[in-house]
Design a protein around this ligand. Sequence first.
Ligand code: NAP
Length: 262
Amino acid sequence: MPSPSRVLVTGASSGLGAAFALACARPGATLFLGGRDAQRLGLVADAVRERGAEAAIALVDVRDGAATEAWVRGAAPLDLVLANAGISAGTGGGQAETAEQARAIFATNLDGALNTGLAAAAVMRGQAPGADGVRGRIGVVASIAAFVPAPGAPSYCASKAAVDAWAVATAPVWRREGIVLTSVCPGYVKTPMTASNRFPMPGLMEADRAAAIMLRGMLAGRQRLAFPGWLAVAARLVGLLPAPLATRMLGSQPGKEPAASP
Ligand SMILES: NC(=O)c1ccc[n+]([C@@H]2O[C@H](COP(=O)([O-])OP(=O)(O)OC[C@H]3O[C@@H](n4cnc5c(N)ncnc54)[C@H](OP(=O)(O)O)[C@@H]3O)[C@@H](O)[C@H]2O)c1
């Protein structure tokens, strides 16, 4: 399986996106790294270059569809794209989510993934297929949270459920066009996003390990990559329970903190 040469990652300035960029960094590769924090993006670009790859950073807000599309088109041709940028917040303390918080989470996690994934697919349709018939690979980062409507993080879970369902349902049609689409559903990963969680995080794993699993799964052409598998199965089983029962089980976990400014 050939290593991807031209790779674009959103949310590359931190956590999983930064770890994924490093997992792809090798001599001969060019990494297009997007985010909003220039300083953190610059540090990731330096680390990518230390591994012998080229790096180009872009300050792009994935909620801005036109800017995201222009950036993705400008990076063509692309072998692999990871729509990873995301935010999380919840109802810690039992308060309802504010309208601002709910809309910010959907705009980033759902619209941002679509803005990136749809632009990437348009670019890849114009590329010649390789010997394996693949024009390019796209991963959209959902979450195992997609499988459970947890009262502690309503918009987060719902936005990830939408991303996962869209990607899994779209993948077979895109595959016929030579585009491999993967719904990436990680469990708990040690990143700034989970650093403030004050509840148990079963199966918590390091970001570089998660990034390696993601890269391997995308190159293998997985339609959905949910890991660790046992946590995905447990989440699915909870999701099958009658809603009041599932709510009681999930509600026993304190919620994610509300965002001051999501
Ligand atoms: N950590 C976990 O346990 C876990 C589990 C499952 C899924 N995920 C998903 O994995 C993805 C990465 O999360 P993480 O844990 O690595 O969190 P993180 O360390 O907080 O990183 C989030 C990244 O998203 C970027 N971002 C946020 N809003 C953006 C926007 N509007 N435009 C462009 N970039 C934006 C941030 O960039 P700037 O700071 O530069 O804006 C940052 O690089 C998210 O989609 C998250 O939901 C995480």
